[in-house]
Design a protein around this ligand. Structure first.
Ligand SMILES: C[S@@+](CC[C@H](N)C(=O)[O-])C[C@H]1O[C@@H](n2cnc3c(N)ncnc32)[C@H](O)[C@@H]1O
Length: 203
């Protein structure tokens, strides 16, 4: 995808994410309320987290996404928002966090960089903290795109090795996106870092 502008226009007014709300239920009693939103787009989920009292580091490589995210947050919210224009394929370090969200974002990581990105997510999660987000399944219509990452349910289970799987939901929905018919094969995931997890990387 060369330009995200049309996607940002379409999603600017989107309702709060039920998947994220569900994940927030698992971590509401943890402290610190520190979250990361990877590939934040226009900032809907960063805003949703801030409304629930979280401090959020919102990351996107598109300056327009970050500008829209900042604009979405009022002066009051802004104290809870930190932003970074960055390529998540080359993240050096994420803040220790109790919630990491990546909505429709991880599939846009190139396969060669995916393990690095996922290891950054695992490392940054505090014990008890959760990752919530989407993977694209291997029967997704875009699965031949070499610069994107697609996963089977078994791949996702391997990535979650050593983490507690709280939700794994696979859906396949026919959709039309920009006049293109698409088999939208998505895997929604919520995983929790165990308190005394041996953070064994999947091989
Ligand atoms: C499909 S949009 C999803 C945005 C938002 N999370 C949502 O659910 O609406 C994917 C976002 O990931 C960002 N993105 C894609 N590749 C990225 C990368 N390598 N590093 C950082 N952000 C990236 C894009 O700029 C875009 O804003």
């Amino acid at each position: 995808m060369t330009s995200w502008k049309a996607f940002y226009e379409r999603t600017e007014e989107r309702a709060p994410s039920p998947l994220l709300s569900h994940a927030m239920g698992y971590v509401k009693n943890l402290r610190p309320l520190q979250a990361v939103d990877l590939g934040c787009g226009v900032g809907n989920e960063a805003w949703q987290l801030i409304q629930a009292g979280w401090q959020v580091l919102a990351i996107d490589k598109e300056p327009e996404a970050i500008a829209r995210t900042v604009r979405k947050c009022s002066m009051d919210d802004a104290r809870k928002l930190h932003v970074k224009i960055a390529d998540f394929e080359y993240l050096a370090e994420l803040p220790p966090s109790n919630l990491i969200h990546a909505g429709l974002a991880l599939p846009f990581c190139r396969p060669a960089r995916f393990d690095h990105l996922w290891s950054q997510v695992r490392q940054a999660l505090l014990p008890g903290g959760v990752f919530v987000g989407h993977f694209f399944g291997s029967r997704h219509s875009w699965a031949r795109q070499e610069n994107m990452s697609f996963h089977s349910v078994q791949d996702v289970q391997r990535l979650a090795c050593g983490l507690e799987m709280l939700l794994l939901r696979e859906t396949e929905t026919p959709m039309v996106i920009d006049s293109e018919s698409v088999n939208w094969h998505r895997i929604d995931v919520i995983v929790r870092k165990l308190d005394q997890a041996m953070d064994v990387q999947a091989v």
